[in-house]
Design a protein around this ligand. Structure first.
Ligand code: ATP
Ligand code: MG
Length: 197
């Protein structure tokens, strides 16, 4: 499961656990992204903070792990590079699944090497509130039939949680408790994250 994880929250964790259960996954590896050159007009928090928050959030689930592959690689990563890296690491017998929110999958389908990506891994897309599945249905016909069958959907409980909202809450002094793990909240406070921007 890739993401900016700025910060990681219960939406990510619930989705990962649901995917693990429904697809009987051996493990779920969270892959915090490297520092993007720009993202939605805000300054993304340094990778080391996002990595450490992801470790804190996942450490009590024995099936969860965190990878440094994207943050240790110079420059911004393409999904295909990361998937090929995991392929090299785990061998060709292993089935890889790319877990994402259904909103993000629309973007992914426009990425370079999408056909190669669909050969190397299947997709698990979690529907999230406010996302219209029809938009996705419209995008799918552009894909080869074999590829379409490798995109699966799961429904997660209505979690309107987003990192954007959490950052805004911190800045405005509103509570973030119950939106993310306590350890992550404490980390945010200790490091004065999200107070500006
Ligand atoms: P931001 O608000 O900064 O975009 P985000 O909450 O969307 O942050 P990301 O790190 O961008 O978090 O998301 C990583 C992945 O998790 C993406 O595939 C995204 O679609 C998915 N995701 C994010 N929030 C949720 C949620 N509440 N439920 C299910 N999936 C989610
Ligand atoms: Mg997002």
């Amino acid at each position: 499961m890739g993401g900016t994880f700025d910060p990681i929250h219960f939406g990510h964790l619930v989705t990962a656990e649901a995917a693990r259960h429904e697809f009987s996954l051996e493990k779920v590896i969270f892959v915090p992204s490297g520092l993007p050159p720009h993202k939605k007009g805000y300054q993304v928090t340094p990778a080391e903070h996002r990595y450490r928050m992801t470790v804190l959030a996942t450490r009590n689930n024995p099936y969860f792990a965190v990878s440094r592959v994207e943050i240790d690689r110079p420059g911004y990563s393409y999904a295909i590079d990361t998937v090929l890296e995991f392929r090299k690491c785990y061998g060709k017998e292993v089935e890889l699944y790319f877990i994402t929110g259904a909103d993000a999958i629309l973007e992914i389908l426009t990425w370079k090497d999408v056909n190669l990506l669909l050969q190397e891994c299947q997709f698990i897309a979690a529907t999230r509130p406010g996302f219209h599945l029809e938009r996705l249905q419209e995008a799918l016909p552009g894909l080869p039939v074999e590829g379409r069958h490798r995109i699966h959907f799961i429904e997660v409980p209505a979690l309107a949680i987003s990192s954007t909202d959490i950052r805004k809450r911190v800045k405005e002094g509103r509570p973030i408790k119950y939106l993310l793990p306590d350890d992550v909240e404490e980390y945010i406070r200790c490091h004065d994250l999200y107070l500006e921007g």
